[in-house]
Write a protein that binds this ligand. Sequence first.
Ligand SMILES: N[C@@H](CCC(=O)N[C@@H](CS)C(=O)NCC(=O)O)C(=O)O
Length: 226
Amino acid sequence: MGEVKLIGVDASFPCARIIWALKLKGVEYEFIEEDLLNKSSLLLKTNPVHKKVPVLIHGTNPIAESLVILEYIDEVWKTCPLLPVDPYERSVARFWAKFVDEKCVPSVWEAARLEGDKKEAAIVSAKQTLQLVEKQIEGKRFFGGEQLGYLDIVMGWMCLWLGAMEEAGGMKLLDSEEFPSLCEWILNFTMVPTIHESLPPKQNVVKYFQFGLNYMRSLAAPNAQN
Ligand SMILES: N[C@@H](CCC(=O)N[C@@H](CS)C(=O)NCC(=O)O)C(=O)O
């Protein structure tokens, strides 16, 4: 099958997605910790377009972008299938995965980054995107149905990283009154041993986000519009 290596950072949720998928499928891999402040020649060579982690290296083939990597893993290692079998259900899972990465995560980041009145408006907007996800999990144990699947792994950032973003950004988005189904799903998801055992310590993630937020605020500072 070829050797499997994962270039990543411990506190990153796109990297956690790949770790979960590999572990669920029982794939042995070597984790190569990346220094994002001093990117390695291996990262620059294997992901020259985005220069971001995660990158999966299978044999000599590099694969970048966590959603792409998840699909690759699911196609190559057939045990514990992640994507639904039905083509329509697959398309629905992909739709929500794209929504989460393009709308949900950025809106939560924006709410964390902003301050003052703009923060309040950004919190309302972030909650609106989360409400759309809440509707998707209502009455279900997992996004994948009775079994954890691709979309659960994609949404997995909510089980720890969302709370860390709340802490780093001084805000509260998710509570069990407004988001009962998402909060219950977080418990179900976190109770799966493979997930639970491979979560990084929350304080490491909070520090990682604090660093990121300070950096983003420093970039926005000279611009009066932000
Ligand atoms: N869309 C990418 C996002 C990956 C991403 O944002 N990675 C971050 C770490 S969490 C990174 O490598 N940042 C380095 C940089 O932006 O220079 C994916 O899903 O893989």
